[in-house]
Write a protein that binds this ligand. Structure first.
Ligand code: PEP
Ligand code: MN
Length: 338
């Protein structure tokens, strides 16, 4: 971290700041110029917040050299991390994770039928929302715990691990007992109490990017989970808010290589929520595989027009099967497997 002090900063203040940083275990390199004094802090600066330093009246500016996250940072952990969901390894060039299923669990029979269909089509993890974060309080809110138990039954029948979203800390025991991959939705990406709570779980976490979150804010949310003891985080890009209205959100594809450069965590892509349109799911999925994604999460419903949520961005099982086939070709072209 490089701190520039204003002209005429009293020597006593330079000494005070030097002591302050040295007491935090940092080495301080001072350089006195004609107009400014530069302090170069060497060591782990993750616990220092640059805006706190800018509050000092003698500070001209602060420039962070090292990222504010450590556990998620590739610099301190050069190898790709593999996260296991059940027995399925995700990340580090392993086979792509194909997560598929309805937006919401609607009935036991419904989820079991879709589970069979997506498994046949090549999915290896079943998705289905039980607790649903809906924009309107009048929309279907999900089956709650009953939905989780329906997912468990679908897992028993198909052998596929299950992923579903947690919305509140008060349900943590239900998730601990029943769920293989715990999803933090876009709307809860900065629910720090929830992040801390899942940080204590001995379960992998699927952390979706908030729709208005920068990449660094998203990584800091992963850091929260990791700092509380859970290193098994999979990131999921699901589209961000921009001025564009042609799609529900805007798919940020460049985030795949950026996340790979900044972190060692696996990243998967959700083309359903990113586009909001079933017709756009396959082309975006193909692009994501080509760009190096470690997996996909896709909404599938056998009667999208009757779905209780997100029907317009759900594929029918046969279209999902065709998507998997085509993704296989792209995966092979870039040295990956499905
Ligand atoms: C979901 O996966 O069902 C969901 C609500 O996604 P997001 O949090 O990305 O909107
Ligand atoms: Mn959905």
């Amino acid at each position: 971290m490089i701190i520039t002090l204003k002209r005429a900063t009293p020597q006593a203040e330079v000494d005070r700041l030097t002591d302050l940083f040295e007491n935090q275990g940092l080495k301080v390199n001072l350089s006195f110029g004609e107009y400014y004094t530069i302090m170069g802090l060497v060591g782990d600066t993750t616990k220092i917040y640059e805006h706190d330093i800018e509050a000092n009246e003698w500070v001209e500016n602060v420039h962070r050299v090292q990222a504010p996250y450590k556990l998620a940072n590739r610099e301190f952990h050069p190898e790709d991390t593999i996260v296991y969901v059940g027995n399925t390894p995700i990340g580090a060039g392993q086979k792509l994770a194909i997560m598929a299923g309805p937006c919401s669990v609607e009935s036991l029979e419904g989820i079991c039928t879709i589970a069979d269909e997506v498994k046949k089509a090549g999915a290896n993890i079943l998705r289905g929302g039980a607790y649903k974060p809906r924009t309107s309080p009048y929309s279907f809110q999900g089956l709650g715990y009953e939905g989780i138990l329906d997912m468990v039954e679908a897992r028993n029948r198909t052998g596929m691990p299950i992923v579903t979203e947690i919305m509140s800390e008060k349900h943590i025991d239900e998730f601990m007992e029943n769920v293989d991959l715990v999803q933090i939705g876009a709307r809860n990406m900065q629910n720090f109490d929830l992040l801390k709570a899942v940080g204590h779980l001995n379960k992998p976490i699927l952390l979706k990017r908030g729709m208005s979150a920068t990449i660094d804010e998203w990584i800091m949310s992963a850091e929260y989970i990791m700092a509380h003891g859970n290193p098994n985080v999979i990131l999921c890009e699901r589209g961000i808010r921009t001025f564009e209205k042609a799609t529900r959100f805007t798919m940020d594809l460049a985030v795949i290589p950026i996340i790979k450069k900044k972190t060692h965590l696996p990243i998967i892509i959700d083309p359903s929520h990113a586009t909001g349109s079933w017709e756009l799911i396959e082309p975006v999925a193909l692009a994501a595989v080509a760009a190096g994604a470690d997996g996909l999460i896709i909404e599938v419903h056998d009667h999208p027009e009757q779905a209780l949520s997100d029907g317009a961005q759900s594929l029918k099982p046969e279209k999902f099967a065709a998507l998997v086939k085509n993704c296989k070709k792209v995966a092979e072209a870039v040295g990956r497997k499905i």
